[in-house]
Each structure stands twice: as C-alpha cells, then as structure tokens.
Design a protein around this ligand. Sequence first.
Ligand SMILES: O=C(O)c1ccccc1NCC(=O)[C@H](O)[C@H](O)COP(=O)(O)O
Length: 234
Amino acid sequence: MSLWVKICGNTTLADAQLAVDAGADAVGFVFAPSPRQVTKDQVAAIAPNLPASVEKIGVFVDPDFTTIFSIVESCGLTGVQLHSDATSDLASRLRQRFGSSLRILRVIHFGSEAEAQLSAAANDRTINGVLIDSRTAGAVGGTGISYDWQAAKATLFTPANALKLIAAGGLKPENVAQAIAVLEPWGVDVASGVEATPGRKDPTKVRAFIANARSAYAELKSRWGGAQPERRAP
Ligand SMILES: O=C(O)c1ccccc1NCC(=O)[C@H](O)[C@H](O)COP(=O)(O)O
C-alpha cells in the first residue's frame, strides 16, 4: 500500500505531464468556475497524451449526469470528483453506467456538518473515497486554506474510519509532510499550493510536494510497522 497523490487543477498538457513525471498517481481537471477551469475540448486534447497508468480525474461542482457522462467519455477520464448533494443519485447512476472502472470520489468540507456527512458516506457503496477539503464563502475548492488537522484527525481521519480519505486544502511542499504525519490519510491532493500563477504549475513546487509526501508516508509506514490501516475496497 502506498500514498495516493493527485495534482489537481491542470490546464495544459505540459503541467499534467510534469505531475506524471514527478510521480503523481492522478492528475485532476476542474470543470467548474475557477482560475483553473478547463473545457471538455481542452482535456480531450490533453488526456490521451498521458500514460494509461495515470488516473485522470474530472472535478465537477453541482453537475448533471449528462454533462459528466459526455465529458468522461470524450476525455477518457478514469475518475470523477463530485461536489454535489450527497442525497442525489448521481454517484449511483455513474456507477451503473461505468461500472467499477470509474473512481468516484465525494467531497466533504471540513466543518460542523462533516462528521455526519462522513458517516453517511461510509454507508455509500457507490463511492471509492472521500476528499476532505476546505471551503470559503466564495469557493468550494482550490482555496489554498488548510483546516485544523488535529481536529480533523480526532473527528474524521479516525482509525475506525475504513474509507479511503484524501487530505486536501492548503497543502503545499512545506506542510504536506506534517499533514501526513497528523492525518495518516490514504491520499493527498493539491491545486494552488504547487502553482507559479493561478492555473499554471511550478515545476519545483510539484516535484518538492510529491517528494516530501512520499518520504513522509515512508516514515509513517515505519511508525505503523506491520499494522497498516485497513481501507475499504476497492
Ligand atoms: O481548484 C479549484 O479551483 C477548484 C474549484 C472548484 C472546485 C474544486 C476545485 N479544486 C478541486 C481540488 O481537488 C483541489 O485540489 C482542492 O480543492 C485543494 O485545493 P488547494 O487548497 O488549492 O490545494
């Protein structure tokens, strides 16, 4: 088992390839209003040039099924990250249509409702994992703001939680090791923390982020010894 690393908010092939070369497991594309917003045509031109082994995740905010279906098909996405009402049947419709090959991630924002939302997610067999992110009054992602990791560890990233939990929100090369040491997540995700300017990645930051994350996870594994946390399949 190793740490899953996603570099999100790619807008060019060069940036996505940079993430791949630096060792990312997944690259993300934001199909929502954002300084990093991309179109279906842009991603359809980028994704086929990336290795098949790298996950290509589309990020959708309040999406409808038809839009997501069309984008996943046209761009060859391997996963979706849904910022949507958890009570909608969107995830189950996507699961029915694409089967187990599509990684479906739900987003939960750190805050007063997060614990209840995570309990509900634990019973949702259509999703493969949950990304715990920050939000502001104006943005549901890409905020560059980190939450209280100690509080998140106590309430969300608990040893009892078998979901694949991904830490996001305000991560950067300088703090990702600390986040991993505290939260012991299944994965980490970053957008603005590895940028040179909004929408464009900084090669030095991308490489440092992934290298620091990998070495922090290696330390964590030695702390665990033989007893690594069980995560729910798949
Ligand atoms: O990145 C965005 O601009 C964005 C906008 C709207 C919804 C989601 C968005 N990003 C999704 C991600 O997975 C980001 O990596 C995550 O929110 C963390 O962002 P950051 O705090 O900038 O690292």
